[in-house]
Design a protein around this ligand. Structure first.
Ligand code: ADP
Ligand code: MG
Length: 252
């Protein structure tokens, strides 16, 4: 049983050559925070900085008050799920999940129990011996989630993990994330380009624009008529979603 950790990005500067980004943000412990923003605004970079796959050029990253800025990814209390390619193609479902307990797959009885429990929780019981190519896209993302569950880290980063799935399946997966969050209360940071996903599961939102945090706060606030203007413009112009009439009026 995990609980979440607060995350603080303290004037974190990072650039890939020309694309300069500067993130200053506080992410609440044990909440689900949705990260939205136009393509190229820095959503994946933000998650990669928290996970340690990128290192800031200036500023600090704190998790639970601890400075992790120079820590290797494996030393951080963080797991991450990507849009795809989370699995090793030559390893079975249970081996892929087992990696969450032991990178050398030396699993004790309690590790095997944890793997079986996570496969059960994610609806994969009976598929233990399959290879990733013998699974659907949704099942593969369930395996990635099962691995996160056996790692049991306080912070879970999800970078558009269900974007490649159809609508019904995507909602199922969001429900699964929400259910697991309800049980474990880890801190979840979910990148999504769908406002309805954010509304469905996230208590808080961060809206990125051009490499900075343009707005942050409670999810409901973003969808109010006097919510952040940059976000309203974004969903008004770039997203073809059915909005409640009072919001649609304000965004046009
Ligand atoms: P998002 O996830 O919001 O679409 P990214 O974080 O992937 O945005 O990208 C932020 C900026 O950094 C963009 O300008 C993008 O082109 C650039 N960028 C991302 N990854 C790389 C990379 N590996 N090399 C060079 N530039 C990159
Ligand atoms: Mg991205």
């Amino acid at each position: 049983m995990t609980t979440g950790a607060a995350i603080r990005l303290d004037h974190v500067a990072f650039s890939y050559g020309e694309a300069a980004m500067n993130f200053d943000a506080a992410i609440e412990a044990s909440a689900i925070t949705a990260v939205m923003g136009p393509s190229g605004s820095g959503k994946s970079t933000l998650l990669n900085l928290i996970a340690g796959f990128e290192t800031p050029q200036a500023g600090r990253i704190l998790i639970s008050g601890m400075d992790v800025t120079r820590l290797e990814p494996a030393a951080r209390p963080v797991s991450m799920v990507f849009q795809e390619n989370n699995l090793f193609a030559h390893l079975s479902v249970e081996q892929n999940v087992g990696l969450g307990r032991s990178p050398a797959l030396r699993l004790a009885a309690e590790d095997r129990e944890a793997v079986a429990g996570a496969l059960d929780r994610t609806g994969l019981a009976g598929k233990e011996k399959r290879l990733p190519r013998e699974l659907s896209g949704g099942e593969r993302q369930r395996v990635a989630l099962a691995r996160v569950l056996v790692r049991d880290r306080p912070v879970l980063l999800l970078d558009e993990p269900f974007a490649a799935l159809g609508p019904a399946l995507r909602d199922d997966m969001l429900d699964l994330v929400q259910g697991v969050h309800e049980e474990r209360k880890m801190t979840v940071v979910l990148v999504t380009h769908r406002p309805e996903d954010a509304r469905r599961v996230a208590q808080r939102m961060i809206f990125l624009d051009n490499g900075t945090v343009a707005a942050s706060g409670e999810t409901e606030f973003f969808f109010e008529p006097d919510g952040p203007a940059a976000f309203r413009r974004y969903i008004g112009t770039e997203q073809k979603v059915a909005l409640p009439p009072e919001i649609a009026r304000k965004t046009t």
